[in-house]
Ligand binder design. Sequence first.
Ligand code: EPZ
Length: 422
Amino acid sequence: MSKFIIQGQAKLSGEIEVKGAKNAALKIIPAAILSREKITIYNMPNIEDTDRALELMEELGAEIKRTNATVEIQIKELSKNGISEKTSGKFRASIMFAAPILARAGEVKFPHPGGCVLGAATRPIDLFLDGFRAMGAEVKEKEDHYHIKAKKLNGCEYFFTTVTVTGTEAMMMAAILAEGNTVLKNCAMEPEIPVLAEYLNRQGARIIGAGTPTIKIEGVKEIKAGKFNIIPDRIETGTFAILAAATKSEIKITNCNPSHIESLLSIFTKQGIKFETGEDWLRIMPPKNITPYNIKTHEYPGFPTDLQSPYTVLATQANGSSLIHETIYERRLLFTDMLAQMGADIIMCDPHRVVINGPSKLYGRKLTSPDLRAGITMIIAALIAEGETEIDNIYQIDRGYEDIDGRLRALGADIKRIGTLL
Ligand code: EPZ
């Protein structure tokens, strides 16, 4: 496995470009299954998770042509209606293949999705299975996989008892080719959802309300070719903004959409962290001191759970105590042990809350990245820390951040990628 070696406290400055949103790309790729015609995707990030998603598409019989950040996909005929454990076990978003295969082939077999070990011990998919049942599908839960059949999916009214991003996107895709109309209630409103709906509508789907809690879909017989331009990754944008503030560096973040991280920027204002914004850029000014601020993660447009880990590093540099309340996942604060090992003053109140007392001096350590957001958090902590930090299992970081070491070296970071045999 490869690892990163980082010498902390290098002076950082300059510009960093945000790539296409991982959590948009991982839905737009399987959405190509819904059409027999060619789908062209622009601004595709070059990361492990999208590589796995494209490998899954090839397993399903897709012809794929990739030129840098532009990908053309076409599935004239599905070669099979199942996805293998081999690839799907590597990322959670493999679950996004179930709905379009079911909608197109009337049957799908898939293992429990893999990826980060967040949420309950296994990432639940009960809301997907209940949704497919509501549309008339027969769901069989086998020893190590699910087998779902439906000659035809029927429109339905479905209320999500928990707000779920991928659940909302999956049901939206399943409903596009269903018989009749579907009303989805208590939907997620992340920006990637209305963008997906807008492009599917350009292909002939009939979706209204995406981006609001209620989405209505009128089933159609088929959808045509489409072109998708993937929006900037708002979690990369927020991560780099936090990195700049935590390392007290002046950094301009380009090719981004500042309005997608309004929750973070509103908190920066309360913390005395100054910034300037343009239509597609954000410049963070180095803060003299950082006022602590309590955060509580929440579905969009609230503070995103994916920025909670990086934000905890910023909290270690604030002048005072911050309460971090993670409301979405059960295990997403476990990584704070690593920050404590580096010298942070952290009290774990319960699995959902930590109190961080700052400012703390951080020291380099040997670390292993448990998931991609904790992984990038380790990099930010290492950039602040005195001495050398070694981060193992960086596949988890490469899952979601394209050429992260190259982009950080361009800012002046002393970070090396060391390939190891095992
Ligand atoms: C998406 O995951 C993102 N992943 C996650 O980003 C993100 O953290 C999450 O949304 C919340 O914003 C992708 O889009 C690929 P959920 P998702 O379903 O859809 C529970 C990253 O780092 N739930 O919104 O899987 C679930 O356990 C990743 O890029 C059920 O109980 O998250 C969680 O507590 C990490 N049953 C809550 O809902 C279900 O059937 C919200 O999860 C589905 C979800």
